[in-house]
Design a protein around this ligand. Structure first.
Ligand code: ADE
Length: 233
């Protein structure tokens, strides 16, 4: 997948793309990240990218011309996404949908916002990563890329599956345990030593439901009952 990122702060991305799974995804040819420095498309000798809002009010607004020029200069644009707290909430289902695309372009919003005509003319979807306001769209872009990349075939190791993840089936994940069998006075639940895969599946399903009901009751209505954790034995 080609991921174009239009940003005023390309250096913010160096850490996430040079470490761990995303770095391996790039090395392995699964992910081709192309950072586009919006400043290079700024207007005039000062490379201006922002201006004050018409109608007054505080803050600065990203101008449309530099973003349009950056987009027009891309060899392939694919699906164009603007990261903004005004966007639709980015969920696991969106990560799955985007993971099957060949090209996506993320425009990282900044300052008070982006001139509305950018959305009207170029943007296919506006995504928010949560109901809070960050200083810019770079961290949301990283979050989206991370969530999407790990779903792409071959990015995670063979022994890791995504079908048991929290949110994969609309529920939070069941608890996990590894050695030692007892820790801090707490024992690993007996059922996990039973060798009875049907029982283990049922226990995990029940735990996932309980956890979801406790911490995210809003998810219960959408959950697809059954199957979570089946590949993780
Ligand atoms: N930019 C600032 N806050 C954001 C958020 N919560 N999601 C996406 N983009 C943002």
């Amino acid at each position: 997948m080609i991921v174009n990122i239009i940003t005023l702060f390309p250096d913010m991305f160096s850490g996430v793309f040079s470490e761990s799974i995303l770095s391996r995804a790039i090395q392995g040819g699964h992910l081709d990240v192309r950072l586009v420095h919006l400043r290079e498309y700024g207007l005039g000798s000062h490379r201006v990218v922002d201006d004050t809002p018409y109608g007054g009010g505080g803050g600065m607004i990203l101008k449309p011309e530099p973003i349009a020029a950056a987009l027009e200069n891309l060899p392939e644009r694919g699906r164009v996404i603007l990261t903004t707290p005004r966007g639709r909430l980015f969920r696991q289902a969106d990560a799955m949908r985007l993971s099957s695309l060949d090209v996506i372009t993320l425009i990282c919003g900044h300052y008070e916002g982006v001139d509305e005509r950018v959305s009207e003319l170029f943007v296919h979807e506006e995504l928010s990563i949560g109901d809070y306001v960050l200083t810019g769209g770079e961290l949301p872009a990283m979050v989206i890329i991370d969530a999407v990349a790990r779903l792409m075939p071959g990015v995670l190791g063979h022994d890791t599956t995504v079908s048991g993840d929290s949110h994969y089936h609309g529920l939070l994940e069941h608890p996990h345990y590894t050695r030692p069998r007892e820790f801090g006075g707490l024992a690993v639940p007996e059922v996990l030593f039973s060798g009875n895969h049907e029982q283990i599946r049922a226990w995990r399903r029940e735990m996932a439901f309980r956890k979801t009901r406790e911490t995210r009751p809003d998810l219960i209505g959408n959950a697809m009952y059954g199957g979570e954790g089946e590949d993780k034995e």
